[in-house]
Write a protein that binds this ligand. Structure first.
Ligand SMILES: Nc1ncnc2c1ncn2[C@@H]1O[C@H](COP(=O)(O)OP(=O)(O)OP(=O)(O)O)[C@@H](O)[C@H]1O
Length: 659
């Protein structure tokens, strides 16, 4: 990115107040239940929707008036109207006029005119709500007028997406329009240095991934050191003191979070930890010994595995055996608690975390693959020595235990924005949690065009091998018709396995996963062309917009094959949502195996027995039960996370160590 990640011209606007952010809310159990219930009920009230629809119709009616004006007049008007929105003038609706002007400019610059439903979404975002819009309905265009209107009013705007690719794509798309309005656009990329990051945040609009913005915030908090209270931070940056000087962000003004269910819910189970490397000297020896001891223990007798909770417990017999095995060792091995903790980590590394599914080995290191996004998370490490244990298991250099500098959960981070809004294609069922945890009311926006996507069936195979054969046969059939096919896999390993099966069947295809060398944008651009076969992990599960090539609509559009159900049906729906966008035709299909991890891990015993029965109804029941069990488990983990967060907060309030 040239010019330190900045796109567009115009000097960055000054923040409304230096390093603005919101204090954590005070709540209690009764409030929480009430919020949850309200969230659920409000999302189903049609009132907001009707009001927004009326206002969107008014805006659409205003558009012809502005279509007659010259572009420079529209730009000047946009600035004037934005200022007027800050004052309340009875009988006038400057925001409606502003959105009409922005819609006209959007059309002139990008050739796309926001549909009335997108204007409804934009207004809801500006009101600080969570907007649910079906996949492919155009959330990117919906977010634009909202982000621009807020930036014109002087709010520092962060448009938060789930990965660098989407941040870059959306930032580049809005840049010409923002430029016309005299607003600057910054894009933050994971690899950027601190100066380039600060330059991107200094812009009026910043496009950034959720992980990047959270880590940058944590770095700022660490840099603030002693002056960590919000009031002191603000004071420090006001007087331009040392603490204010080295900061990356301008504070937390207004955030529009895309794919909000992924960020707010799925990723909220793991806190983000900013760490520095500790002493690396004896690390390798320590962890290798841990692995050796763990390998001597027997499953069932010495330890028990709980795949569902991802936990390992040592039995009494196991503890005794371990003590005997470790008898001649020194240091930590002589301390019972330390010894057992290390061996539990070693057992987890050996039995619960798999290469190709949970992590990959790249650049000589272990890199976590996020289950939901399918992407490598370069800044993340597992805690408590687990990461090092996995490094030792894979025979790569052991990095030494990290020292935690600061940590925060997404729950706490996003609540700190002065104003928060979100967008998602799949969020209705989470309305209660959005309201309880983030204070966000969900509004469902209707479709612009009716859905023409069809689900052509779900097939369950007894074995994984059977499934892959069926997938290859299906791909062969569709490719012969010239229809593009997208095949979603749950792990890097599965995508590579399928790639080999397709190679053997002589079917040309491209692979998009955390390890792909080809540029993501190129693969995505080709995926909707006649006869294209694309195998992708969740990397392409969200936000990816696959444009259909010439003649593909007539053939029936894109066909999506799901090869393994996810722990949440929302993620399945996101994958299906790659087809049938904007009223296009498209079909979806599931070809799965009863051996898949979702079933082995989450199916109740009784239903598991029924696996052999091969009855479609039982299969559907098995999927539903397994997914709702998994979701319940995850909800418990998230609640636990919030509770832990609060506990730590109160216990460390005086230590000033934690974020
Ligand atoms: N008003 C519009 N006029 C013309 N094209 C539009 C309009 N709105 C959206 N589109 C097009 O529709 C496609 C889908 O948009 P987009 O990718 O933003 O959808 P989405 O809602 O974000 O989907 P997902 O939920 O999968 O992320 C894009 O190609 C976009 O250019």
């Amino acid at each position: 990115m040239p010019d330190g990640g900045r796109l567009g011209f115009g000097a960055p606007r000054r923040a409304v107040s230096p390093y603005a952010e919101r204090a954590d809310p005070i709540d209690n159990a009764v409030d929480r239940i009430a919020e949850r219930w309200l969230g659920w009920a409000e999302a189903r009230w049609p009132l907001h929707r009707r009001r927004l629809a009326r206002r969107a119709a008014r805006i659409a009616a205003l558009e012809p008036r502005y279509a007659a004006l010259r572009s420079h007049q529209l730009v000047a008007l946009a600035h004037t109207l934005a200022r007027q929105t800050l004052r309340h003038t009875p009988g006038r609706d400057p925001l409606a006029h502003l959105l009409a002007v922005l819609a006209e400019l959007l059309f002139r610059t990008l050739g796309k005119r926001p549909y009335p439903v997108q204007l409804m979404g934009a207004m809801a975002l500006l009101e600080g709500r969570l907007v649910e819009m079906a996949t492919g309905e155009g959330k990117t265009i919906t977010g634009m007028p909202a982000a621009l209107a807020a930036a014109l009013r002087g709010e520092p705007v962060h448009v938060v997406t789930v990965n660098d690719y989407l941040a870059g794509r959306d930032g580049a798309e809005i840049a010409p329009l923002a430029e016309r309005l005299g607003l600057s656009v910054g894009i933050v990329e994971t690899e950027m240095d601190p100066a380039a990051r600060a330059a991107a945040y200094a812009c009026d609009l910043t496009y950034v991934s959720n992980a990047n913005v959270t880590f940058d915030y944590l770095r700022d908090r660490v840099a603030l050191g002693q002056a960590r209270g919000p009031a002191r931070a603000r004071l420090a940056s006001l007087i331009g003191g040392r603490a204010g000087a080295g900061l990356t962000l301008r504070g937390l003004g207004f955030a529009i979070v895309d794919e909000a269910d992924s960020v707010f819910i799925d990723e909220a189970r793991t806190p983000l930890i900013l760490s520095s490397s500790g002493d690396e000297a004896d690390a390798a020896r320590l962890y290798n010994t841990g692995l050796r001891l763990a390998r001597a223990l027997r499953a069932g007798a010495d330890f028990e595995l709980d795949e569902m909770r991802r936990s390992v417990t040592l039995t009494e017999a196991g503890k005794e055996r371990l003590a005997a095995e470790a008898a001649g060792l020194d240091g930590q091995w002589r301390v019972r608690l330390a010894r057992e903790e290390l061996v539990v980590q070693a057992l987890s590394a050996l039995h619960l975390f798999e290469l190709g599914r949970d992590y990959i080995v790249d650049d000589g290191g272990v890199q976590i693959v996020d289950e939901y996004s399918g992407r490598v998370m370069p800044d993340r490490t597992w805690q408590g020595g687990l990461h090092q244990m996995i490094e030792a298991k894979e025979g790569v250099e052991v990095t030494g235990r990290k020292v935690t500098l600061a940590s925060i959960t997404y729950q706490r981070f996003f609540r700190r924005y002065v104003r928060l809004a979100g967008m998602t294609g799949t969020g209705m069922e989470l309305a209660g949690e959005f309201r309880e945890t983030y204070g966000l009311v969900t509004v469902r926006i209707p479709r612009h065009r009716p859905l023409r996507r069809r689900h052509v069936g779900s097939r369950f195979f007894q074995t994984a091998a059977g499934r892959w054969r069926a997938v290859a046969a299906r791909v062969g059939q569709l490719a012969a018709q010239g229809r593009p096919v997208l095949i979603g896999t749950r792990s890097v390993e599965a995508s590579e396995h399928l790639s080999r099966v397709l190679d053997e069947a002589g079917l040309a295809h491209r692979v998009l996963n955390a390890r792909s060398d080809e540029a993501e944008a190129d693969i995505v651009a080709a995926a909707g062309q006649r006869g294209a076969v694309t195998v992708a992990t969740n990397v392409a599960g969200r936000g990816t917009d696959i444009a259909l090539g010439e003649g593909v609509r007539e053939l029936g559009g894109l066909h999506v094959i799901l090869t393994e159900y996810h722990e949440s049906s929302r993620i399945d729906r996101q994958l299906y949502g790659r087809a049938g966008r904007q009223g296009d035709p498209g079909t979806t299909e599931a070809i799965v195996s009863r051996e898949d991890e979702l079933f082995t891990r989450y199916t109740p015993r009784l239903l598991r027995l029924a696996r052999a029965a091969r009855m479609p109804l039982l299969d559907t029941l098995m999927r539903r039960t397994a997914q709702s069990r998994a979701e319940r488990e995850h909800a418990i983990t998230r609640r636990e996370q919030v509770r832990l967060d609060k506990q730590l907060e109160s216990s460390m309030a005086f230590a000033g160590q934690r974020e």
